[in-house]
Ligand binder design. Structure first.
Ligand code: GLY
Length: 366
């Protein structure tokens, strides 16, 4: 059963289309959008090997003039230098203002292609075709694009909304298990901050730790409800003036853990899982949340095979220092997203330093 989810914005509204085998219909789905004939398909070697031919055949079958740009895989290549490769390909293919960049890949490809589209000729169309669960439920929707600066992630960026997000769950078959699990952390996040029914459905699932252990119906539900949550939040607050900040649930302490473990020992989703446990405990300590709900969250995170404790190797004082340099600091106070019930959260900077210290110690593995 396909889902079509609107992202309604004052300008540049678009849809997120979710359907099995929809990669084969990419070209046909672009036709009604009145895009120019030239498209630049940006991907990485692995994704291109699996899905490039299907995407290109579909685009050419619909009459598009397709060029490809293959970038090296990995977060370490999400740099201004790699953007140059996209710009060179755009110039070679004589991309015009009406032309379209298509991102076929995970979050790194999506963010870089989106930023290149935002800046080339002062803005060309971008279509997001995410191939990782994390990109499907988060990065591909909402128009945040960018590259890393050597001293911080995503410091160079722009908002540039896609014309379409096309999600084909079939491509998740080739996603490594660890990446699948990491993305489930963001799905649990939507359950905690926005959608109590999604949370309950995840609790009912027998397993959440491996793509092949989930039924196609559950995968479809996870995709649809997560994309709906993200679309609702982005529709209400496109540029993160307020509400959109709740999407950072688990990310405040999570980002610190991720960076202090070198982005590899603990990956993004694993760090968000640890960050959600810590934020949940902060909320309980501040009497904003009840212990039972907090325990239900931890149980779900464990069922997904995700960590719940800060590794013993991480120096807690360094977490506190790292929190101060986070993008979410305003006027010297760290902002936390804290749940108030399952399905609702608030943003607050009223968290005493002593409470942060106490929770960090309680959350660290021995
Ligand atoms: N990933 C958080 C956001 O898009 O706002």
């Amino acid at each position: 059963m396909p889902s079509v989810i609107p992202v309604s914005l004052p300008q540049n509204s678009y849809t997120v289309a979710i359907a099995s085998n929809s990669l084969e219909t990419l070209g046909a789905q672009l036709q009604p959008l009145n895009l120019g004939q030239k498209v630049l398909l940006v991907s990485n070697p692995e994704i291109s090997r699996h899905y490039g031919d299907t995407a290109i055949a579909s685009l050419e079958g619909a009459g598009f003039d397709v060029a490809t740009c293959i970038l090296p895989a990995g977060e370490e290549h999400k740099t201004p230098a790699t953007l140059q490769t996209i710009y060179d390909a755009a110039l070679d293919h004589r991309i015009e203002r009406s032309s379209t960049f298509i991102a076929l890949g995970g979050g790194v490809i999506g963010d870089m292609t989106g930023f290149a589209a935002a800046t080339w000729l002062r803005g060309v169309n971008v279509v997001q075709v995410p191939t990782s669960l994390l990109a499907m439920v988060d990065a591909a929707i909402g128009g945040k694009t960018g590259v890393n600066h050597p001293r911080g992630k995503n410091l160079i960026g722009a908002f540039h909304q896609p014309r379409l997000v096309l999600i084909d769950p079939q491509v998740l078959q080739t996603l490594p298990d660890r990446e699948f699990r990491a993305a489930i952390a963001e799905v649990i996040k939507y359950g905690v901050i926005w959608d109590a029914d999604l949370f309950a459905q995840l609790e009912q699932a027998s397993r959440l730790d491996q793509y092949s252990a989930l039924s196609p119906d559950l995968i479809h539900l996870i995709l649809t409800r997560s994309c709906q949550a993200k679309a609702h939040v982005v529709s209400q607050d496109e540029k993160e003036a307020g509400l959109r900040a709740i999407l950072n649930y688990g990310h405040t302490i999570g980002h610190a853990v991720e960076s202090l473990t070198g982005y590899k020992a603990v990956n993004h989703g694993e760090a968000v899982a640890i960050g959600m446990v810590a934020a949940g405990q902060l909320a309980v300590a501040l009497d904003l949340w009840d212990q039972t709900s907090c325990d239900r969250q931890s149980a779900l995170i464990q069922k997904a095979g995700l960590p719940t404790q800060i590794p013993a190797t991480v120096n807690l004082d360094e977490i506190v220092v790292s929190l101060q340099s986070d993008k979410k600091v305003a006027a010297g106070r760290v902002k936390f997203v804290l749940p108030t019930q399952i399905g609702a959260a608030i943003v607050t900077d009223q968290v005493p330093a002593a409470t942060i210290q106490q929770v960090l110690h309680a959350c660290q593995a021995n």
